[in-house]
Design a protein around this ligand. Structure first.
Ligand SMILES: O=C(O)CCC(=O)C(=O)O
Ligand SMILES: [Fe+2]
Length: 225
């Protein structure tokens, strides 16, 4: 399931990121994917101090985000890297590697992009996912993030004007199976609704559909046919 996370970074963190970004140094993105023929971007080396500060800010913000905790059930987060796309740069259709080469390696269950600059600052540069015959394209406000299953075929379309800057990371989930993770997300939403108290007909309907969905999907999983 693709999920948008709004305002992952707060105003103070965004300001800190804005001040740090001009200090980030960039290398050719192919350093970490030497075999890739579709990756044409720039990325900050891990040892770059400004990248490391931004990575830490973004990592802490993601980990404390309640939606991320519910949607990803995160066990481990890979390191976070600042990426930069200048005019003519893109990242063609691909699926992310299964294992992130850290020590020990981290299996990528979910991929995450945190947008760091305003979409009005560039043209093109849409993070685009392929869902069967459909394509979904995202250009989010700075500080907002998108979380998507690492099994998704996706690309960043060519930047034709300006510069696109984002931070990327991968998550290893406590629940590897996306279908099971989805059940947990629905349970979390139902729990939150119950805890708040059902105040409107709309909320009652939502709780009803969540419970029906959980029942049908668990029955589908567990029924002997
Ligand atoms: O820059 C992005 O939004 C994602 C880039 C990407 O697909 C990747 O680095 O694997
Ligand atoms: Fe990717």
């Amino acid at each position: 399931m693709i999920r948008v996370l709004s305002n992952v970074l707060n105003a103070a963190e965004l300001q800190a990121v804005r001040e740090l970004l001009p200090q980030v140094g960039f290398n050719d993105g192919r350093v970490t994917n030497p075999g890739s023929e579709v990756k044409h971007n720039l990325q900050a080396p891990q040892e770059d101090p400004a990248n490391a500060r931004i990575a830490q800010l973004v990592r802490e913000a993601l980990f404390r985000n309640p939606d991320l905790r519910s949607y990803a059930q995160p066990r481990t987060m890979a390191r976070t890297t600042v990426v930069r796309y200048e005019p003519g740069m893109d990242y063609g259709w691909h699926v992310d590697e299964a294992l992130f080469p850290s020590q020990p390696p981290i299996r990528s269950d979910l991929s995450c992009t945190i947008f760091l600059n305003d979409p009005s600052e560039y043209e093109g540069g849409a993070l685009t996912m392929q869902l069967g015959a459909q394509e979904l394209a995202y250009k989010l406000d700075p500080g907002c993030a998108i979380l998507y299953p690492s099994t998704t075929i996706h690309r960043v379309t060519p930047v034709t004007r300006g510069v696109r800057i984002a931070a990327i990371t991968w998550l290893h989930s406590w629940i590897a199976d996306a279908g099971r993770r989805e059940l947990m997300i629905q349970i979390d939403e139902a729990r939150a609704l119950a805890a708040r108290g059902i105040a409107s007909a709309e909320q009652k309907q939502r709780l009803q559909v969540l419970l029906e969905s959980l029942r049908s999907n668990l029955f589908r999983m567990w029924s002997d046919t």
